[in-house]
Structure formats: C-alpha cells, structure tokens
Design a protein around this ligand. Sequence first.
Ligand code: HEM
Length: 512
Amino acid sequence: MLLDELVPTLRQYWPALLGLAAVLYLLSNKFHNGLNKYPGPLLAAYTDWWRLFTVWSWRVEFTHIALHRKRGDIVRLGPNSLSFGNPQAIKQIYGLNKGFVKSEFYPVQQAMDKDGARLQSLFSTTWEDYHARYRRCVNGAFSMSSLVSYEPLMDSTMDYFLDRTQKLFADTGRTCDFTRWLQFFAFDVVGEFTWSKRLGFLEKNDDVDGIIDFLANFFSYAALVGQIPFFDVLLNKNPIKRYMMKLGFYKKVFPVTLFALSRADERADEMAKIREYGLPEKTLAGDNGRGVDLMTKFTQAQHDHPDVMTDKQVLTSCTSMVFAGSDTTAISLSSTFYFMLRHPRVLRKLYAEIDQAVRDGVIADRPNGAVSWSESQRLRYLDAVIQESFRMHPAVGLPLERIVPPQGVEICGEHIPGGTIVGVSPWVIHRRADVFGANPDEYRPERWLEVGPEKLKEMKGCMLQFGAGSRTCIGKNISLLELYKLVPSVLRRFEVSPNFFRRTCFGLGEAL
Ligand code: HEM
C-alpha cells in the first residue's frame, strides 16, 4: 500500500530528492565534528575533492604555506582534515605514546601479494602494535653505529658514480641532466645497501626496466588517490581484482620485486644458513671491511625474531627500501646541488672550505676525490648547506597525516575531536620566520651558523624532513651518509656549473 504511493512520488520527484540528499551530505560535511570553526578554503569544508585537485596542481606545498600565512596555525583542508602550522603541534601529534595512528593515506601505497592480500610495509602499515614489533626487529640495522657496515657499500657505488661522471660528462664536455643522474645514483646505491648489488642505472645511463618511471607514476597515484583513499579500493584493490589475483589471472609483478626475488634466489643458501644459525656480532658490525647489506640484516632479524619476520616480510622489507629510500634521497641530493648552483656565493664558499680542509689534512687527498663520512662531519659549512637545503626543499610535500585517538586531544590549545585527520607539513613548518629567522623563503646556509646553541636546538627540533616520533624515517642515517659523502666528493673532483661539469680538478684550491 505504502509502496504504491511511494514509488510514483519517488519517480516524480527523484531529481529534487537527489539534490536534497546532496545538499544534506555537503552540509553534514561542513559542520562535521564542529570543524567549521576553523578557517580554510571554502570548498575544502564541503568536500575532499578540493584536496585532490590541489595536489593535482603538483605545487600543493606552496598552497599550504600561503594558506597558513593567511589563515593562521590551524587550517581546514577537508571536511575531516586539519593542517597545523605551529611547532607545538609536532610534539603533540607525533610524540611517543600519544595514541595517533597513520591515516588511510598510507595503505594506498601497499602492494598486494599474489593472493590479493595487502602487504604491510614498515612505512605503510597503520597497525601500530604490529609496526612497533616490526620496527624493534629491524631498528638495529639502521642505527648510527651500523653506518660503519654501510660505508664500504656506499663507497663502491660512489666511486663508480664519480668515474662514470668523469667518463660520460667531464671528459666529453657533454651537459649532464644532473637531477636524472643523481636519481640513477640514489636508486643504484639503495640496491647496493639492500642487496650488495646496484640496480644498473649508472652503468646503462638509463631507467632500467622502467623502474623510475614506474615509481614516479606510483607516487603520483598515491599522492592523488591518497586524498580520497576510498578510490584506491575501487580502482586498484577492489574485490574483483583481488579475486582474479587469487585465481592467478593477474600476474603483474613490480620490476623492483622481480629484482628482489632474483637476489633472494641467488643467495638462497647463504640466507638459509643465516636464518638457521645467525651471524656473529662482529660480522654484522662490518668487521670484514666489505660492508653488510640489509638483506643479510633482515634475515638475521628473522633468525632472532621468527615470530615477526617471515620470508615474505624479509622480501617486503627489501623492496620497500627502494620505494622509501631512493626518490627521497634523489630529491634531497638534487635540491642541495640546485640551491648551490643558484647561489654561486654558497658554492664558492663550500669549495673553499673543502680545499682548506684538504690543505689542513682534515680530508685525505685521495686520487678519486672521495671524502669519507668522518671527514665530512668536520665540515661546518657543508652541514649548514645540507640543513638549509632540507629546510627549503624537504622531499615530502604533504602533511604527515595522523588520526586523532577516539577520546580526542588538545593540539595548540584546541580540543580536536577523535577521528579527525591532522598533520603538519614539513614545508609549512620549515618556512616559519619565528623559528628560522628573517626571510625564511631565502636560501641562506649562514642562518645555521649564526645562532647560539639554544636557538640551534629549537631550529633542529622543527626540522621535519625525516618526520618525527615513532614513525620517523628509519633510513635517516643511511641517507645522511649518502648526502654528506657524495656532495663534497663531487665538489672535490669536479668543477660544477649550471650547464655542465667544466673540467676535473684534482688539485687544491683551483679557482672557479
Ligand atoms: C633524504 C632521504 C629521505 C627522506 C627525506 C625521507 C623521509 C621520510 C619521512 C618524512 C618519513 C616519515 C613519513 C611519515 O611520517 O609519514 C620516512 C619514513 C620512512 N623512511 Fe625515509 N626518507 C629518506 C630516506 C630513506 C632511506 C634511505 C630509507 C631506507 C633505506 C628510508 C626508509 C623509510 C622507512 C622504512 C620509513 C617508515 C618508517 C616507519 O614508519 O617506521 N628512508 N622517510
């Protein structure tokens, strides 16, 4: 009876009813959890499409900086999402044991195994208990003290990089697409750290198996779809695709995973022995002088913690090193060179510091120009140059999203309801004049050398290029090893200019 009346009414008024439902939905977004009291772009309060389109501009970090400068420390970026631009928020959001979990932005980056199950990597997992156990197993492999075991691996790729640069560019006078060339270095060095084998980019001077293109597309997808993660379930991880994978109809394997599988295959006997008997402490510390790679250390972790580290976990850990550690390092290396080339004064000063250090015997005068980690740690201006480059151009351009625990929390003096997505963007924090001094948009390494210890501590505490808290970058020390060695080594060996490597210079103090 009721149905007889309802159906014709619905038929007659469905466009109006649909419109009404849409209006109600948008209004419920706007007033969601009382977040309407926070300023932000008009559209952002109604829909996450604003976030998606802003990311699509590929300069979203500047939009966020401008928004915070105009609207203050708290800006609403979506119906359920707030961005914080005040340094206080760093401790309040990322501090240990605060109960925040990573948002659904991260699982978009999860791969699936052949049965269609999600692979939980250290970076992408949102299961915090699991993350804590997993991280405990592998933390030792990334400690500062284990850097000794990585330096020989780094040296092997760096020496090769310097020689290839000489042969392909300095000797021929050909211009080098340095951003691309540094990307090849960063990918090869991750291969060396992880499997003691380069991926082959420097040798081929090409994108081997399209790995870099693949990752670029993957990150673009993750950045965009991560704004409305439900799309990932529709587009990529839908039940039909997962079912097809289970049946074996969908067998596409990432090129990096193929590389990882071949390495695991080649060294299956060696790894089986480590799994069974483990390695002596001294060997793990790198006393053989050849370096100890991450695959060995992850397999050792499997020996020590078989309950957490499975074969699959060792494989996922190895491949995720390429995902998390190559592009980020390449971006940081290229931004450091970019800023130096844009500021010849800075470049000249760094050349002078390095030359003086060689004259004083602080840096050994090696024929290939290589600088060691311990030598690089004595170059104060180099440190300021790298810090300033991290400040001006952190590799991650989006807020590091977390979900507020159910009971809600106080951030920057405001009670933020449970379930809200909150985050701090490294770009926004790094451009605060009250922390980093006047003209924060200006590249000026001296700002790191002019301040007293207290201010320096404050500045360092606000640097978010590696994230913060329990989910801070585990590969930080490895990437610092890369930066602090490669930058002075390139400058020791070559005279770089915006257009090309002009000539090699082994001698001391050659004028630019
Ligand atoms: C300059 C280079 C690098 C930068 C700027 C960088 C940046 C970051 C940032 C910002 C995070 C935290 C993300 C978040 O909280 O949302 C992170 C996490 C991570 N990074 Fe890096 N990274 C770099 C190099 C590396 C390297 C070389 C590796 C591996 C060898 C690596 C492996 C990881 C992993 C596994 C995580 C997740 C850690 C966890 O959640 O426990 N990163 N990185």
